[in-house]
Write a protein that binds this ligand. Structure first.
Ligand code: SF4
Ligand code: SF4
Length: 441
């Protein structure tokens, strides 16, 4: 009897085997992995996931690349705590993103999954006008108060996972308040630096006030801020969900948008986007954009990283509040930025910074994890909220839109008298000496 011929797996030729081989199976990453802690399974640990990738891709047999395989690979938060713990320098996040891209190219996904995935990743996120329109409609939806009608109509059920997003919708700011990109915002006083700024796509829709605050803080510190309109979505959500080809196209568009500008740094205030933008170098290493991507990635700085590096003008406005800081995974584990956000917060007069137990653990937001894995996401959030509650802080500061939304959700669920805020928003209030009772809701 002849052995049936199987088609070789698509995409495995671009899998980084050298990086995968760096794993010595020591297991030191296991205690730092949130899914391993919650589920206790080797297949839900970094080492187990690396094994699953290697065994499936080496065999070139599509059989092991089934739904069960995908469940373990997609249950990973991509928090990259295992990278920080790994003594062998395994680039787990990069390997995970490659593995998901291989799965997406070989798996038979349902028609509805393909439809929503194409719509969101190819036609909405990369298109600012469409994204603006969707968020304007969401703002209108919230303003009209027709939520009950939509929930009753059954439309949300038909939309599957996308419909579940409705219950997690944050308050959308009015389109009139949105930060609109200006090519150049001049420095206040003497010009010390010329920096680029990336407002992000979801960040700019939901946390537009943080973008406005970031520009104010930068100009206050003598920066001329360049925001090229040709820039687009960074591609982080695409990479986390296996849509690598679109992420590469978006990366090239962003690189082109900034390439001809003479900049000291390119600034971002969203940790998830920042990690991706710093890794364009790896994403495009085998392409004709390799050199440009390297130049671009080396200029990228998180806002806290930039402010901690320059001689930051000290803010004067007092904020006599207890503030705790929660580390966004993609800032700490993805970019090794740990002390800089604390330094920014400690510069604010009378602000009391309280250390948070397990601040380096994921909050369960992880991009769209709270939609794709709602139960596990909530379990992980519960542990985070216990520690946050113990601080008795007035404010939880964190520098990533997903974390801000997830922690705010936890605060509401637990009825805590706290608020989640971006560190730059606090710094901006201090620069402007705005008293707390005049802060925006
Ligand atoms: S990225 Fe996070 S959830 Fe995924 S394996 Fe590593 S530690 Fe675990
Ligand atoms: S990923 Fe790193 S820490 Fe984890 S088992 Fe492999 S070598 Fe050890």
């Amino acid at each position: 009897m002849s052995t049936p011929q199987t088609q070789p797996l698509i995409g495995t030729d671009s899998f980084s085997w050298k990086k995968w081989d760096a794993c010595t199976h020591c297991g030191l990453c296991l205690p730092t992995c949130p899914t391993y802690r919650e589920l206790g399974l080797e297949t839900d640990s970094p080492r187990g996931r690396l094994y699953l990738m290697g065994s499936a891709f080496k065999s070139q047999d599509p059989t092991p690349l089934n739904e069960e395989w995908a469940e373990y690979i997609y249950r990973c938060l991509d928090c990259r705590a295992c990278e920080t713990a790994c003594p062998s320098g395994v680039h787990f996040g990069e390997l995970l993103e490659q593995a998901r891209a291989i799965y997406e190219q070989n798996a038979s996904r349902s028609t509805s999954y393909r439809f929503w995935s194409n719509l969101v990743f190819k036609h909405i996120l990369p298109n600012k006008e469409r994204l603006d329109l969707i968020f304007e409609l969401m703002w209108l939806y919230q303003k009209l108060g027709i939520r009950w009608l939509v929930q009753k109509s059954g439309i949300l059920k038909l939309m599957g996972q996308m419909g579940q997003m409705e219950s997690l919708l944050p308050k959308i700011p009015s389109p009139n308040l949105k930060y609109t990109m200006q090519d150049i915002t001049p420095a206040v006083g003497e010009k010390r630096y010329r920096v680029g700024f990336i407002p992000g796509c979801i960040m700019n829709q939901v946390f537009t006030d943080t973008n406005i605050a970031t520009i104010r803080v930068l100009t206050q510190n003598g920066c001329e801020v360049v925001t090229p309109r040709k820039q687009t979505c960074c591609g982080a959500l695409h990479l986390h969900n296996g849509v690598r080809d679109v992420a590469s196209t978006l990366a090239k568009q962003n690189i082109d948008a900034f390439e001809d500008e003479d900049l000291d740094a390119i600034i971002i205030n969203s940790a998830g986007c920042g990690a991706t933008l710093k890794e364009y170098e790896a994403l495009l290493e085998d392409t004709d954009y390799a050199e440009k991507a390297e130049r671009f990635s080396h200029k990228m700085r998180d806002i806290s990283e930039f402010l901690a590096d320059i001689e930051m003008i000290p803010p004067n406005g007092k904020i006599p509040l207890r503030v705790t800081y929660d580390e966004p995974c993609h800032l700490l584990h993805g970019q090794s930025v740990k002390l800089q956000p604390r330094k920014v917060l400690q510069a604010i007069p009378e602000l009391e910074l309280i250390e948070l137990t397990e601040s380096e653990w994921c909050c369960g937001s992880a991009g769209i994890y709270n939609i794709t894995q709602p139960e596990l996401s909530q379990e992980i959030l519960e542990r985070k909220m216990e520690h946050i509650s113990d601080t008795d802080a007035d404010i939880v500061a964190t520098g990533n839109p997903g974390c801000l939304l997830q922690i705010q959700l936890g605060i509401q669920k637990h009825g805590l008298d706290m608020k989640a805020m971006h560190p730059i928003t606090l710094l901006d209030y201090s620069y402007r000496s705005i008293p707390q009772d005049e802060w925006e809701e």
